[in-house]
Design a protein around this ligand. Structure first.
Ligand code: ADP
Length: 405
C-alpha cells in the first residue's frame, strides 16, 4: 500500500539563503519554520522557530546548500527542541521553483526527466533557477528515496489565452526564444483563489476574482472560473504594477532612449529598472518599503505621497481592466505584505474604485492587519476582501496532491 504523505518539508532555495517550513498535513499544521542565511558567505546563520515560540538563532558553517540543509535536519531532529525523532519521518519535500515556462502547466515530481527539463529552463531565471535546482539536489543527497516535488511560480498562469499571453511583436521571437508573458506569484494567486472561493462559499471552478498580491514584488491576476486569464507580470517579474524597486509597465521606447542617451549596457539598464526604480525611486525610501513610505507621507513628504498615489493608481487601473475581462468579479482580494497590512495603500487603491460601485469601509480597513476581513461597505457592488496568503502551505498541498496521483 502507498504510504500516506503526511509530513511535508517545504524548501525555498535561493542563491545565498534556504527557507524551510515543515507541515503535518493531517490538519495542515505547521510544525516549525526558519531559514539559513548567508550560504557560501562568512557568517552563516540558522534560524529555527516553532509556532508560538521565540526564534532560535545559531552561527553555523554553511559553505553550500547541502551543508545548510544538514544543519536544518540537525535542528528538526534535535532531541531538545526538534519536532522529528528522525529524518525518516519526512514523507516528501516540496520545492518552490521560479520558472516552469510552457513545459510545466502544473506542479511535478522532480524525477530525472523533469529535473533535466528544468535545467533547460535556467535561461528564464539565471539567478533563481540554479539555486532552486540546487535545493532539489541537496535534498536528494540528504533525504535518500524521499520524493521531491517542484511547484512552479508560473504554472497557475499557464491557462492564459494566447491573446493575453503573447506580445504583439514578430512571433518568431516567441518561437525562437519563448518571449511571451508567463507571470509569477502563481502559488500565491492559486492559494488566494482557493481561499476566496471558500470564503465566498463558491466552487473554485465557478469563482471570478481579481487577486492582488501586493508586496515588495506585486502582481494582479484576472481569474475567471478559477483559472487565470491574465496577470500583470510578464516574461520577467519586471512588468505591471509599480513595485518596491521595479518600475512595472514602461514604454519600451523610454528604455531605449535612456540606454542611448546614457550609453548603458543591457545589464546596467536591467539594474536600473529592477533595482533602482519603482517606489524607491519616487519616494527616496531605500528598498521602497511601504511602511517607511507611509510614515514619510504622513509627515507631508511630496515624493512619498506621489509614490503611494502611483501604487494606488496603477493597481486600480488593472483592477478595472481585469474586472472587465473576467466579465465581473465576485470579489477583489488583497494579499501580500502590503495587501494584508497596509491600510494606507489599500485605501489608495479602493478609493479609486467608485466607478465599480465599490466603497471602502474605513473602520474595517483600519483594523485589518494580517487577518481575513471584508473591507468594503455592505452596499458595495463587489466585495473587497483581505486574505493572508500562505505560499508554503500551497506548496505542501500541491506536493500531497501530485504524489497522490
Ligand atoms: P516579498 O515580495 O518580499 O515577499 P512582502 O510580501 O513581505 O514582500 O511585502 C513586503 C512589503 O510589505 C514591504 O513594502 C513592507 O513595508 C510592507 N508591509 C509589511 N507590513 C506592513 C505594515 N504593517 N504596513 C505597511 N506596509 C507593510
Amino acid at each position: 500500500m502507498k504510504k500516506e504523505t503526511r509530513k511535508v518539508l517545504v524548501v525555498n532555495s535561493g542563491s545565498s539563503s534556504l527557507k524551510y517550513m515543515l507541515f503535518d498535513m493531517k490538519g495542515e499544521k505547521m510544525l516549525c519554520k526558519g531559514l539559513v542565511e548567508r550560504i557560501g558567505i562568512p557568517g552563516s546563520r540558522l534560524v529555527y522557530q516553532k509556532p508560538g515560540q521565540d526564534k532560535l538563532i545559531r552561527e553555523i558553517k554553511a559553505p553550500d546548500h547541502t551543508a545548510a540543509l544538514k544543519e536544518v535536519v540537525a535542528a528538526l531532529t534535535d532531541p531538545a527542541n526538534g519536532v522529528l525523532k528522525s529524518l525518516d519521518e519526512v514523507d516528501a519535500i516540496g520545492h518552490r521553483i521560479l520558472h516552469g515556462a510552457e513545459v510545466f502547466q502544473d506542479s511535478a515530481v522532480m524525477n530525472k526527466a523533469n529535473f533535466a527539463k528544468c535545467e533547460k529552463l535556467v535561461k528564464f531565471g539565471p539567478l533563481h533557477m540554479p539555486a532552486n535546482l540546487g535545493g532539489v539536489k541537496a535534498c536528494e543527497k540528504i533525504f535518500k528515496g524521499v520524493p521531491n516535488v517542484g511547484v512552479f511560480d508560473t504554472a497557475f498562469h499557464q491557462t492564459m489565452p494566447a491573446y493575453a499571453a503573447q506580445y504583439a511583436i514578430d512571433p518568431k521571437y516567441y518561437k525562437k526564444y519563448g518571449i511571451r508573458k508567463y507571470g509569477f506569484h502563481g502559488t500565491s494567486h492559486k492559494f488566494i483563489t482557493q481561499a476566496a472561493a471558500k470564503f465566498l462559499k463558491k466552487p473554485v471552478s465557478k469563482v471570478n476574482l481579481v487577486t492582488c498580491h501586493l508586496g515588495n514584488g506585486s502582481s494582479l491576476a484576472a481569474v475567471k472560473n478559477g483559472k487565470v486569464m491574465d496577470t500583470t507580470m510578464g516574461l520577467t517579474p519586471l512588468a505591471g504594477l509599480v513595485m518596491g524597486t521595479r518600475c512595472g509597465d514602461i514604454d519600451a521606447a523610454a528604455v531605449l532612449s535612456i540606454m542611448e542617451a546614457e550609453k548603458k549596457t543591457p545589464a546596467e539598464m536591467d539594474k536600473l529598472l529592477n533595482k533602482q526604480s519603482g517606489l524607491q525611486a519616487i519616494s527616496g525610501v531605500p528598498g521602497g518599503d511601504c511602511r517607511d513610505i507611509c510614515a514619510k507621507a504622513a509627515k507631508g513628504d511630496a515624493g512619498a505621497k506621489l509614490a503611494l498615489e502611483m501604487l494606488g493608481y496603477r493597481t486600480a487601473l488593472y483592477i478595472g481592466a481585469y474586472n472587465t475581462v473576467i466579465g465581473g468579479a465576485d470579489a477583489i482580494v488583497f494579499t501580500g505584505g502590503i495587501g494584508e497590512n497596509s491600510d494606507v495603500a489599500r485605501a489608495e487603491v479602493i478609493g479609486r474604485l467608485a466607478a465599480l460601485g465599490i466603497k471602502l469601509d474605513k473602520k474595517a480597513n483600519l483594523k485589518t492587519h494580517g487577518s481575513t476581513a471584508v473591507i468594503s461597505t455592505k452596499d458595495s457592488k463587489i466585495p473587497c476582501i483581505v486574505l493572508p496568503t500562505n505560499e508554503e502551505l500551497m506548496i505542501a498541498r500541491d506536493t500531497v496532491r501530485i504524489l497522490g496521483k
